[in-house]
Design a binder for this molecule. Structure first.
Ligand code: HEM
Length: 474
């Protein structure tokens, strides 16, 4: 039954592939994380798998990921092309764009624009705090009751990106926002799900009306909405006075004219979807995981609150700078990110040239799965790899210390472009809410279930939180 697909010379080892399927049948295609762990135990930290006739390599553990993504940075900085996600997004802006000038120019532009925010009258911090005040108002109405916070955190995370990209936020029951978030959350699950694996493994099935068509329809709808936003901006913008990311990009288009660069209006439409998508599901699921653990570890929650009260005193609101005075809270937020493991397999990479890794030869064009899960839970890298424990980020003196293996944002040239923004959001949201409210696991909620739902992002199962008021400072 097995065939001998010759692995390239000195290629990482792995299970023998079947004709047509490759190693697909070895994997639980609804959630392969456990299989990836099992295969690493059997074949080592770098191993290979065939999906159909295409070889992939899976990278496990800090040492391997560091060598590939940081030391051999450019060699591993490509993105696979011709997968379902590429076809859905039409090779959009930056996330799935291959290593090259278009990716480089757009990445640089976004980093600069986000850094200078700065844009218009408000700083990024003020924008985030503005959104947090809407979350606070929403929770205030729930005091004494319990409710499911999933939609609220999705809306808040989305709004923060909307403010940056489009210059406007949306009410939490706004239809526009609901449609956008629905399209993203659904596509985030489809993109790493079984139908995506089937699409990628069996090209001949791509044209059939199978469930992956839904992801294409979702993407088309999202593109329509995005084009609508760009058109509205065209009517109201004042060149040279940007209000938001779209205006900045339009200014850049004016400046460049037809210089043959990769900046085009079509790119912009895709790019804002890229950023909106990347910034919504990730941050909101991390927050959801955070509040799940804070409720079920009340002693940790109280210790954060004590520290927050001590540092903020009578101040109106927290600012990002306060984090330096809050080692315990910082440790908790980092520990939340470690256990949340929000993007468990990172975004897939691809080699840009023939290269070597841990003594193996890896040809150009090999698809690469950086298994971030294997680093965030790796024995030997963490004091308590398998439990929620802020001591993972505290030294003997109680000071905050970040082990190198903390890579929820991945590492190297492709490291998450929104890391700075995400960290600011996580800090300001968590500190503001913990200062004001106590979050309690409801009496009637049974045992908490920490097992997340698998997708490009890991999502905690829906839960309810009971809200109590702590104090009445702003
Ligand atoms: C890429 C994690 C929030 C924008 C990534 C990657 C990870 C990640 C693991 C893949 C890196 C790689 O390919 O090696 C996270 C987590 C977040 C978060 C855990 C929140 C807790 C955000 C936000 C934005 C964003 C708020 C919005 C600006 C991006 C973009 C990329 C990316 C554009 C693609 C970068 C590239 O290909 O060059 N993120 N992210 N992310 N992220 Fe995030």
């Amino acid at each position: 039954l097995y065939i001998q697909i010759p692995r390239p010379k000195n290629f990482p080892p792995g299970p023998r592939p079947l004709p047509l399927f490759g190693n697909l049948l070895e994997l639980n295609i609804t959630n392969p994380l456990k299989d990836f762990e099992r295969l690493a135990d059997r074949y080592g930290k770098v191993y290979s798998l065939y999906l159909g006739s295409k070889p992939w390599i899976v990278l496990n553990g800090f040492e391997v990921l560091k060598e590939a993504l940081v030391t051999k940075a450019v060699d591993f900085a490509g993105r696979p092309q011709d997968l379902m996600v590429n076809h859905i997004t039409k090779g959009s802006g930056v996330i799935l764009s291959d290593y090259g000038p278009c990716w480089k120019e757009h990445r640089r532009f976004a980093l600069m624009t986000l850094r200078n925010f700065g844009l218009g009258k408000l700083s990024m911090e003020e924008r985030i705090l503005g959104e947090v005040s809407h979350v606070t108002a929403k929770l205030e109405k729930r005091v004494g009751n319990s409710f499911d916070p999933q939609t609220m955190f999705h809306n808040a995370a989305s709004n923060i990106i909307c403010i940056v990209l489009f210059g406007s936020r949306y009410d939490y029951d706004d239809e526009f926002l609901k449609i956008f978030i629905h399209l993203y959350t659904e596509n985030a699950k489809i993109a790493n799900g079984p139908w995506a694996m089937i699409y990628d493994t069996f090209p001949m099935l791509r044209f059939l009306p199978l469930p992956f068509k839904k992801a294409f329809a979702n993407a088309n709808k999202a593109r329509e909405l995005s084009a609508q936003l760009v058109n509205e901006h065209k009517k109201t913008r004042v060149p040279g006075e940007p209000r938001d990311f779209i205006d900045c990009y339009m200014d850049e288009l004016d400046k460049r004219g037809n210089d043959g660069s990769s900046f085009t209006e079509a790119q912009l439409i895709l790019y804002i979807l890229d950023l909106h998508f990347a910034g919504t599901d990730t941050t909101s699921n991390t927050l959801l995981t955070g509040f799940l653990y804070l409720m079920t570890h009340p002693e940790v929650q109280e210790k954060c609150q004590q520290e927050i009260d001590d540092v903020l005193g009578g101040k109106d609101h927290a600012s990002y700078e306060d984090r330096h005075e809050m080692p315990y809270t910082q440790a908790v937020i980092h520990e939340v990110q470690r256990v949340a493991n929000t993007v468990p397999l990172s975004v897939f990479h691809c080699t840009t040239k023939d290269t070597e890794l841990m003594g193996y030869n890896i040809p150009k064009g090999t698809f690469v799965i950086p298994n971030l899960t294997s680093v965030l839970k790796e024995e030997g890298q963490w004091k308590f790899p398998h439990e929620f424990n802020p001591d993972n980020f505290l030294n003997e003196q109680g000071q905050f210390e970040k082990p190198e293996a903390f890579m929820p944002f991945s590492a190297g040239p492709r490291v998450c472009l929104g890391e700075g923004l995400a960290r600011m959001e996580l800090f300001l949201v968590m500190v503001t809410l913990l200062r004001r409210f106590q979050f309690v696991w409801p009496d009637d909620a049974g045992e908490p279930d920490y097992t997340p739902v698998y997708g490009v992002t890991l999502t905690p199962k829906p839960y309810r939180m009971h809200i109590k008021c702590r104090q009445t400072v702003k």
